[in-house]
Design a protein around this ligand. Structure first.
Ligand SMILES: *Cc1c(COP(=O)(O)O)cnc(C)c1O
Length: 500
């Protein structure tokens, strides 16, 4: 029986204890500020909390939390509060012997997405973002960005349908930004009224000429992606010396090429590469002119990282000023994915098992050093689920303690042990963290938290080995909440976004 199941259903966690962030567990990424909403939460007595959050199901849902009846409610309150609510709810469900009571769950803060959009508008006001939906096609994210007037970068017929089915999104707001498309996808894009699409090879031109001759084409050129975590250059992008031949062929086929795109690679850690990419785009514009095209669209792609965004925007703006000084007839767009969603999602996962290290098995491969993990924790989401980002997106994740021994309070004095953290499947590749310091007292039933889980996580999660995908609790925190609700309510009032 897990520790979780032994907790009292009434006040399972010690919320009267001092607030965990004030002296939080070392290594917790959020050990600094105490959000005001949480103060409010804590100033209520435990009995008030239980009245608000009663029964075994969800806490009472207020009217302003239901905007799209087909979607889960959009909660009010800081994501930290929602993480705690989710954990307390899990404890009540466990006490009632509900299956899957302790399932891992996400908390998504839509206010964070709104604030990223504000940042975009402030730093790159001339560039219209087209959200790359492959990064996280969450129904709330798509609705919010649609309501804010953002466009969309789709790579398949499925993604195009997903965006168009929301309603209220004109096909002209979509760019089909996959340079190698199935013919049937090009045909269905034509049927849906989607004209803007990228190409980087001659074969694509023949296909487009055949099934969508009036398409507005964008030549995707190769950019230096050596400063990015996920490189695209080995798969996509025409080198500059191939552009002339491609454009001549397009001209011969009577196709309309309107501009140039590039992608510096996803997770770009050296924004200086944008300068070179813009220089190459300028060269492609000039080649276009020689071939007889008058380009008017520049698509600067994605790759924007949250932490480096202002720097990237500065480099980009400077390069655009340098290479495109006269741009009254130039429309500029982009395809950010990660930037919008990465920091909006947190994951809470339950410790489902704990054991000592496999000393004998590892002795061949791991030298017997004292900093080697001596405790193994198994949690209920892994690399076949949300943590596929470790394999596919080359991410490193940093677990921190959300609850310890039934309390949200983690004393700074907790003794730490080098630990490893594993996913729930039977595959030994399912490792989340090879070596991380966690409190020695951490045990089955406790919860670990992970930040920055919004990009390239849920979208590629599988149900391998019979493990379910983790649910999402949606909320708006202390930034942008009112604006998010206003934008979504106005969107819904026009009849948009109502179908699931
Ligand atoms: C994946 C992808 C993006 C998004 O990249 P981010 O690094 O998440 O911003 C944009 N454009 C294209 C063509 C992509 O394949």
């Amino acid at each position: 029986m897990s520790q979780l199941e032994t907790l009292s259903p009434h006040c399972p966690f010690d919320i009267s204890n001092s607030f965990p962030f004030s002296d939080s567990f070392p290594g917790s990424p959020r050990s600094c500020s105490t959000p005001s909403v949480v103060h409010e939460f804590l100033s209520k007595s435990p009995s008030t909390l239980i009245a608000v959050d009663s029964g075994l199901g969800d806490s009472r849902i207020s009217d302003d939390e239901v905007i799209f009846p087909s979607l889960p409610p959009l909660r009010n309150g800081h994501p930290d509060v929602q993480l705690r609510n989710g954990i307390m709810r899990a404890s009540r469900l466990a006490a009632a012997n509900e299956p899957g009571a302790e399932n891992a769950f996400f908390v998504a803060d839509l206010g964070q997405v709104y604030m990223q959009h504000e940042r975009w508008k402030k730093c790159l006001p001339e560039i219209e973002p087209h959200y790359a939906i492959k990064c996280n096609p969450d129904p709330y994210i798509l609705r919010l960005l649609a309501s804010l007037g953002v466009g969309f970068d789709c790579a398949s017929a499925g993604e195009i349908n997903q965006v168009l089915n929301i309603g209220g999104i004109d096909p002209s707001r979509i760019i089909f930004a996959n340079p190698c498309k199935a013919t049937s996808f090009i045909r269905s894009a034509a049927k849906s009224g989607i004209d803007k699409m990228t190409f980087d090879n001659i074969d694509e031109l023949y296909k487009i000429a055949r099934v969508h001759p009036s398409a507005k084409l964008i030549v995707r050129i190769l950019a230096d992606d050596s400063k990015s975590i996920c490189r695209f250059g080995i798969k996509f992008g025409a080198p500059l010396d191939a552009v002339s031949g491609l454009l001549s062929k397009a001209k011969e086929l009577n196709l309309d090429v309107i501009g140039v795109s590039f992608h510096v690679g996803s997770g770009c850690y050296d924004p200086s590469v944008y300068t070179d990419a813009i220089r190459r785009a300028r060269a492609a514009f000039d080649i276009g002119k020689d071939v007889g095209y008058e380009f008017n669209l520049l698509d600067v792609g994605g790759g924007f990282e949250d932490a480096l965004f202002e720097k990237a925007a500065g480099v980009l703006t400077e390069a655009i000023d340098l290479y495109f000084p006269d741009r009254c007839n130039l429309r500029m767009i982009s395809e950010p994915g990660r930037f919008y969603v990465s920091n909006a999602f947190r994951l809470a996962a339950n410790v489902i098992a704990k054991r000592g290290k496999m000393a004998d098995n590892l002795s061949d491969t791991v030298p017997d050093e004292t900093d080697q993990p001596c405790v193994m924790y198994y949690i209920n989401d892994g690399v076949y689920g949300a943590f596929n980002c470790i394999l596919f997106d080359h991410q490193t994740v940093h677990p921190y303690v959300l609850s310890l021994n039934g309390s949200f309070h983690v004393a700074a004095s907790e003794r730490l042990s080098n630990s490893s953290v594993w996913g729930p499947t039977c595959d030994s590749m399912d490792c989340i963290s090879k070596n991380v310091a966690l409190p020695s007292a951490l045990q089955t039933g406790d919860w670990l938290g992970f930040d920055n889980m919004g990009a390239y996580t849920i979208c590629a999660a599988s149900q391998f080995n019979g493990f379910e995908l983790s649910n999402v609790i949606y909320t708006t925190g202390d930034g942008g909440g009112a604006e998010v609700r206003r934008a979504l309510a106005a969107f819904a009032a026009k009849g948009n976004g109502l179908e699931r």
